[in-house]
Design a protein around this ligand. Structure first.
Ligand code: DHB
Ligand code: MG
Length: 240
């Protein structure tokens, strides 16, 4: 193939991916006003725009319904965008508890949920997650745990997710793919704490006999990042 043809083919591929993403979002995950406002909130409050994509939000809802979620734990609220998708998957007597280290971000998240009429079932607790998690044992088990916070703590958050769930619960973690970097063998000894921790997270959920897991490249920009999704097993798999 000539260089010109290669470029043409690549351009087609890129356009196709962008088209598919757009079309799927329009079909399966259109945003109403509350979601659109929650997505725009970070720009208006000097926060990073690192929320999940609408299709990832819809996937969280699919998973929440699949496990009959009445109690959901989110680690990392940011502006409340993913929490809004999650809270909407709850029945009226359900509860979303979202942990957020920043008081400012927590206030933006609360406003996002109140605007959507979900103030009664979605709650944000402010502080470092590692300090807030032990108190949640009295409110466990959670049916779904969504981890989307500081990356170096992901292995610790996985330990807590395992303590706070039941067989059939679902544990989802964002940013487990990150352009493939945490999947490299040498990332185990990376000097970047986020890379080393994401490596550990991926390796652990792939191998832990208490979990059945997969990771899917699915993110808003280019599909180069995505979720690791784990179901807590009722019984360990048979050997061999
Ligand atoms: C970052 C964090 C996220 O949770 C995310 O989805 C994207 C980027 C970050 O810290 O850069
Ligand atoms: Mg994230």
């Amino acid at each position: 193939m000539s260089e010109h043809d290669e470029l043409e083919a690549l351009r087609d591929q890129v356009e196709t991916r962008a088209y598919i993403d757009q079309a799927l979002t329009k079909l399966f995950a259109p945003e109403d006003e509350a979601l659109a406002a929650a997505r725009k909130a970070p720009q208006q409050h000097d926060m990073p725009s690192i929320e999940i994509s609408p299709l990832q939000g819809k996937l969280l809802q699919v998973l929440a319904l699949a496990c009959g979620a009445k109690r959901i734990l989110e680690i990392g609220a940011l502006a409340g965008y993913s929490g809004l998708w999650l809270a909407r998957a709850l029945p009226p007597d359900g509860r979303l508890i979202s942990l957020e280290i920043s008081e400012q971000h927590a206030a933006v998240a609360r406003a996002s949920w109140e605007r959507a009429g979900l103030g009664d079932r979605a709650e944000v607790r402010v502080g470092p997650a590692e300090e807030l998690l032990p108190a949640l044992q009295s409110e466990a088990p959670f049916d779904l745990v969504f981890i989307d916070a500081d990356k170096p703590s992901y292995p610790t958050y996985l330990d807590w997710a395992l303590k706070l769930t039941r067989p059939g619960s679902i544990i989802v973690a964002d940013n487990c793919i990150r352009r493939g970097v945490p999947l490299r063998e040498d990332s185990e000894s990376s000097t970047d704490p986020a890379t080393a921790a994401l490596y550990t997270y991926d390796q652990r959920v792939a191998a832990d006999p208490r979990l059945l897991s997969v990771a899917l490249p699915l993110s808003k920009d280019d599909g180069m990042d995505g979720f690791a999704i784990s179901v807590v097993r009722a019984v360990a798999p048979a050997e061999g």
